[in-house]
Design a protein around this ligand. Structure first.
Ligand SMILES: Cc1cc2nc3c(=O)[nH]c(=O)nc-3n(C[C@H](O)[C@H](O)[C@H](O)COP(=O)(O)OP(=O)(O)OC[C@H]3O[C@@H](n4cnc5c(N)ncnc54)[C@H](O)[C@@H]3O)c2cc1C
Length: 420
């Protein structure tokens, strides 16, 4: 007998990876529950104002799609709500991205998950797990109404921070092999800029040079960082506030949030010296600071830099990683390495499977990848694709007597419109 709190697939985390997973599993016929600790879906896009999807298109003169399926359905929904959703060429990197608007995205994701009959639990955390041998049995959810236990056949960790894997007892590493974590960034949103203003980057760079002589928070991005107008609002999206992250303690995150806010206000004063920006003001620092890297849980295969640089194609590929390897070892100084082969590398099935647990999959930035490969596979476009594959694989596993069959998963993904 099935009760209300029994599911085929439970997804922890409502970011790009979790949305891909939940919708992917629902389209494959599974009964799905999606758990998200904030009051809206979207992950870093809505929690940290990361307002551009990378990885949906390959590098090159034309925007060639590497990711479709669930991501494509979302782009159509965004269009319906007035956002273009088209490929936009980044002025700073030349790569193809899709610009976002936070509020439109939140609504589009509500509609997408409702359309597919997914049980979404917002304001709810996956707080603990029960496991017998190599299988997870259930998760305790902590929400406004207290704690409740949910049973599922299969589980997907799309928490970005490997929270479900950690609770399940899967081993993990923190940061890179030396234990260093990539820098945090607090993207900020600015309004009040005069119409038809052209950013004078040279002047901004000179102001930063001057600020760095006496200013309280020296600026690592001496080129002024990413600063672009957003669709719909024409507010500006500015990435200049970079902070090191020493460890994953509450103390370090509290310090980063408070220092980041102080930096944002200080840097804004700088911006007001530019023509057109005299009356600009800070609209939002976002619900939380942008976190690039935390835990990497053990998977059955770790993608390598070589896999990506060679654009390695594989028989067990379940998704395409197309974003160049983007490394942020030093705050404010990203370095890019283009991908080889056809311009994308296959993500193998084993990199979305947890090591040591049979019914746990990974989606988004927690999939198996070494330090450098992580610089590519973590982006949100790719997270939709790894998520959809995890969702379809989990649904297939629960519908086929807990048997893994990669060709069948690939076939089901193709039928759903995903690019494999
Ligand atoms: C400053 C910055 C700039 C970036 N720039 C870009 C960019 O321009 N384009 C791009 O594509 N990518 C960019 N990235 C990378 C990208 O944002 C992330 O790698 C991506 O969001 C990963 O997606 P995800 O779904 O795996 O995780 P997330 O987006 O982090 O989503 C995870 C979700 O899980 C939820 N969660 C966590 N734990 C629990 C729990 N226990 N219970 C319930 N819910 C939980 C979180 O609240 C969150 O909503 C950037 C990242 C940063 C930090």
């Amino acid at each position: 007998m099935r009760t209300e709190s029994q599911y085929d697939v439970l997804v922890c985390g409502g970011g790009a990876g979790g949305i891909g997973a939940a919708v992917g599993a629902a389209k494959a016929g599974a009964k799905v529950c999606l758990v998200e600790k904030y009051g809206f879906l979207g992950g870093a896009a809505t929690t940290s104002q990361v307002l551009a999807y990378c990885g949906i298109f390959q590098q090159g003169q034309e925007p060639l799609k590497a990711v479709s399926g669930v991501a494509e359905e979302l782009l159509v929904e965004l269009k319906r709500l007035g956002l273009s959703g088209d490929a936009h060429r980044s002025e700073t990197t030349g790569n193809w991205i899709v610009m976002l608007d936070t509020e439109v995205l939140k609504l589009a994701l509500d509609r997408l998950t409702q359309r597919h009959g997914i049980d979404v639990f917002l304001h709810t955390r996956c707080a603990s797990v029960t496991r017998t041998g190599k299988a997870l049995e259930g998760v305790t959810l902590a929400g406004m109404d207290g704690r409740k236990r949910v049973i599922a056949e299969t589980f997907i960790d799309a928490s970005g921070d490997a929270n479900l894997a950690m609770l399940s007892g899967v081993d993990y590493r923190v940061g890179n092999l030396q234990g260093q974590l990539q820098a945090l960034t607090m993207p900020i949103r600015i309004s009040g800029v005069k119409e038809n203003t052209r950013l004078n980057r040279k002047m901004l760079m000179a102001l930063i040079e001057e600020y760095n002589r006496h200013g309280q928070y020296p600026i690592a991005r001496k080129d002024g960082g990413i600063i672009i107008p957003l669709p719909i609002s024409q507010d500006y999206w500015w990435m200049l506030v970079d902070l090191p992250l020493n460890d994953l303690s509450s103390h370090s995150f509290t310090e980063a949030e408070m220092t980041g806010r102080a930096m944002a206000h200080d840097y804004l004063k700088l911006l007001r010296n530019l023509p057109g920006f005299e009356d600009c003001y800070l609209v939002s620092t976002g619900p939380q600071v942008g976190v690039r890297e935390t835990r990497h849980p053990l998977s059955r295969y770790e993608m390598t830099a070589e896999d990506l640089l060679q654009g390695r194609q594989r028989d067990d590929g379940i998704a395409r990683a197309a974003w160049p390897i983007e490394l942020h070892a030093e705050a404010g100084k990203p370095v890019y390495h283009s991908l080889g082969g056809p311009g994308y590398a296959h993500i193998p099935y084993d990199s979305i499977r947890a090591k040591g647990v049979d019914n746990l999959w990974y989606a988004g930035r927690v999939i198996g990848a070494d330090d450098e490969a992580y610089g590519s596979v973590r982006v949100m476009g790719t997270a939709f694709a790894s998520g959809e594959a995890a969702g379809v694989a989990a649904a297939d596993y629960s519908q086929n007597s807990q048997e893994v069959n990669v060709p069948r998963v690939q076939e089901r993904l193709r039928i759903q419109g995903a690019l494999v």
